[in-house]
Design a protein around this ligand. Sequence first.
Ligand SMILES: NC(=O)c1ccc[n+]([C@@H]2O[C@H](COP(=O)([O-])OP(=O)(O)OC[C@H]3O[C@@H](n4cnc5c(N)ncnc54)[C@H](OP(=O)(O)O)[C@@H]3O)[C@@H](O)[C@H]2O)c1
Length: 289
Amino acid sequence: MAQKKVAVLGTGIIGAPVARNLRAEFAVSVWNRTPAKAAELATTDGVVAHATPAEAVAGADVVVTVLKDGPAVREVMEAAAPALAPGTVWIQLSTVGADAVGDLVDLAARHGLVLYDAPVQGTKQPAENGQLVVLAAGPAAGRDRAQAVFDAIGSRTVWVSQEPGAASRLKLALNSYVFALTHGAAESLALAEGLGVDPALVVDVIAGGPLDSPFFRAKAAAMLAGAYDPSFSVANAAKDARLVVAAAGAAGVPVDVTAAGLRRFERAAAAGHGAKDMAASRLAPDAAA
Ligand SMILES: NC(=O)c1ccc[n+]([C@@H]2O[C@H](COP(=O)([O-])OP(=O)(O)OC[C@H]3O[C@@H](n4cnc5c(N)ncnc54)[C@H](OP(=O)(O)O)[C@@H]3O)[C@@H](O)[C@H]2O)c1
């Protein structure tokens, strides 16, 4: 039987390994706004790279979007959708926030696509290892077509709802925790240094105790080494922190910590660290500077 075809639109930090991991089960085509990133995958990983979203999705059984934000997803899918057969499954992995999902639901309905709102928990390395946790919301009927893709890219799928949108809302709640951990580590290490003690001792004290976590270790190690290769960029973290603050405001939930953290990300980005990993919260200059 011919392999099913999956088209991946967006081959950034998460999209590239997602496309690679789909290769074992599916025929994979890709498109990326900056063509070099898609071309590199085609050269090294045997996927087929295309010049336009419409060319990439032609004949696809499933389309996966892994783009920066809601407006980018909408623009790219408006270009791709006319080339898709009604009934095609659209798996939307990008973090787009609570409001943008409504536009995507409308777009899917206009073109007869079956939308799964499916943001992911996990970063570059889990994506490379096929260990993402997929937060999924979409119709139960025909779910197996989406599940086959989730199984190829993730270690676990958490089905949140049959209505697209709930998974994106859960993703915002999770990001608020991720940002609190990141800024907490950054401030603790900076404070130790500022108070004249070795910041490595913060990690030493926490190691093996109830405050320890692989996430804390990874981010603290990056901060101590000044190694900020991006797993999740400051620019995208600021984008997501804005989505958290907006959704929380609409829901009447105070998110003081995320709002303060957003200002750290914005100061880090303004100081030229936007493309670095969000651990570069550690590099955010003094607000008064
Ligand atoms: N990295 C993580 O740890 C992580 C974890 C969970 C969720 N996410 C979410 O997953 C999504 C992708 O993240 P990432 O880390 O892979 O980001 P990334 O490396 O910055 O990739 C972003 C992708 O979006 C494309 N893009 C941006 N603006 C566009 C536009 N206006 N039109 C068309 N394409 C556009 C980029 O194309 P170019 O290559 O041309 O710039 C690239 O393919 C984001 O929504 C992010 O919040 C990321």
